[in-house]
Design a protein around this ligand. Structure first.
Ligand SMILES: Nc1nc2c(ncn2[C@@H]2O[C@H](COP(=O)(O)OP(=O)(O)OP(=O)(O)O)[C@@H](O)[C@H]2O)c(=O)[nH]1
Ligand SMILES: [Mg+2]
Length: 449
């Protein structure tokens, strides 16, 4: 195969100790060797690193360390050279320019990973996991991403496809040799229970995907309540930072204030909202409208009440509005006299002003989300939205097959649905992929990856 040599800066743009300029392709080693003042790179073995200087027609560009990886033992499976140069943007760009001048082509985003995929070193899910590792923001999301990189998602999908193929094979045999089996007996006693079992496996995967999504993206958590109950104070206390403005004036928060917090390995995407009440102030009303939208989208509601005030009409309405959500009721300002005489399920007491009760709040959140996420078999968790959408569609196709069986349809019709499900699953791992999908997937990558 003819692989033209591509080049890009693989590290972030900006000043740093070093930058890495990466090349991949048939000509990568010879190309760098032409401008390298040091050992002859064409003669060195793979997985070695060499000291020298890059020179442009006798003009020194930089003092560098050059790593050599030889086909097929590299990220792309092609010959790869990684130049560790100094980390100024200008000098790294000069190195790239030098390579372009000597025959390399600029890489497009994700092109290195795409080549690894096209040469069969990794499947789609592993390519996607490369980006998951880069985007990981907690221990658990990193663990999950690393599992994906190891190929556990690939294996899970392949095992589903294998089981599906067994069922399809039985049908094919029946179509080819109809004299061996009674069709009705085959569908009812073999195909039906096996497809039902497969749907059960899909359901299990989709259920665990909820946990996967939380590990991957964090928990969208909204702090909700009437004006002045201490929502912004709670945000600040949780973040250990004065991020939101706190005053004794009602309606202080008018726009949404956000922050993230790691609790036991899971990220909480915290959103502080405008206190909700009937308001004639135009800006405040917009803030209140936004708060209501936030409630809809949130996965966790921290509903704040003031210990020093009685429950109001606004509270009752908001409690009703959020009752079907995962919710923790925070009774704040417990340093003040008690005027709130109500018992709530899932409530904790705190004083945001005196930073008391924070541990109880964090524990309540952990009990609700984190423990379930920690004691999981990560090899069974799918968290990528693209994968989840396909699994949902494949499950629909299996349900159609079940329906066809109970409607007494021809066995060929049942087979069509099963084959559909099988090829949909192939899209997850990239076995049945279109060029459009390929382009779309890799265009989300960063340059040099
Ligand atoms: N005594 C006492 N005062 C508190 C406590 N928490 C907050 N406050 C005070 O209550 C007032 C309102 O606090 P905020 O955090 O701005 O309340 P909020 O719910 O964000 O208010 P809006 O943004 O107006 O909806 C401020 O004067 C805080 O200092 C607490 O635990 N105890
Ligand atoms: Mg506020």
């Amino acid at each position: 195969m003819n692989n033209e040599t591509i080049v890009a800066i693989s590290t972030a743009v900006g000043e740093s100790a070093i930058s890495i300029v990466r090349l991949s392709g048939d000509n990568a080693i010879a190309l760098v060797n032409k401008v390298f003042d040091g050992p002859n790179l064409e003669n060195v073995p793979g997985n070695t690193i060499h000291y020298g200087h890059l020179v442009d027609e006798n003009q020194p560009i930089d003092e560098v360390m050059v790593s050599i990886f030889r086909n097929p033992k590299s990220f792309t499976t092609e010959d790869v050279v990684e130049i560790n140069c100094h980390g100024g943007y200008f000098v790294a760009s000069k190195v790239v320019e030098l390579m372009l001048k000597n025959g390399a082509h600029p890489a497009s985003p994700g092109e290195f990973t795409m080549r690894g995929f096209l040469h069969g070193r990794i499947d789609f899910t592993q390519a996607e996991a490369v980006m998951d590792v880069i985007h990981a923001n907690s221990n658990l999301s990193l663990t999950l991403a690393n599992k994906g990189l190891d190929g556990v998602v690939y294996e899970l999908i392949q095992s589903l496809r294998q089981d599906l193929l067994q069922v399809i094979a039985q049908i094919e045999v029946n179509i080819d040799y109809p004299e061996y089996d009674d069709v009705e007996e085959l569908t009812n006693q073999k195909i039906l229970p096996e497809v039902t079992k497969l749907i059960g496996r899909f359901d299990g995967i989709l259920e665990r995907a909820e946990v996967g999504k939380i590990i991957r993206e964090g928990i969208d958590t909204a702090i909700i309540g009437r004006p002045n109950v201490g929502k912004s104070s709670i945000l600040n206390a949780l973040l250990r930072e004065d991020k939101a403005i706190v005053t004794e004036i009602q309606g202080t928060t008018r726009d949404i204030v956000e922050g993230t917090l790691n609790i036991g390995g899971i990220v909480l995407n915290l959103i502080d909202t405008a206190g909700i009440r009937e308001s004639h102030d135009r800006v405040e009303s917009i803030g209140i409208q936004k708060a209501k939208e936030v409630i809809q989208k949130a996965q966790l509601i921290l509903y704040v009440l003031d210990n020093n005030q009685r429950l109001t009409y606004d509270d009752k309405q908001l409690l009703e509005l959020t009752k079907n959500k995962k919710r923790i009721i925070i009774i704040n300002k417990v340093d003040l006299d008690k005027a709130l005489h109500h018992d709530f399920e899932n409530s904790i007491e705190m004083s945001a002003l005196h930073k008391e009760g924070l541990d109880d709040l964090e524990k309540a959140i952990k009990d609700m989300f984190v423990h379930g996420a920690i004691n999981q078999d990560y090899a069974q968790i799918i968290s990528n939205a693209r994968h989840i959408a396909i699994i949902n569609n494949a499950k629909k196709a299996l349900k159609d097959a079940l329906q066809s069986i109970s409607d007494g349809m021809l066995i060929d019709m049942i087979e069509i649905d099963l084959k559909d499900a099988w090829s949909m699953l192939g899209e997850i791992i990239g076995e049945t992929s279109s060029t459009a999908l390929l382009d779309e997937l890799f265009s989300n990558f960063c340059l040099g990856k």
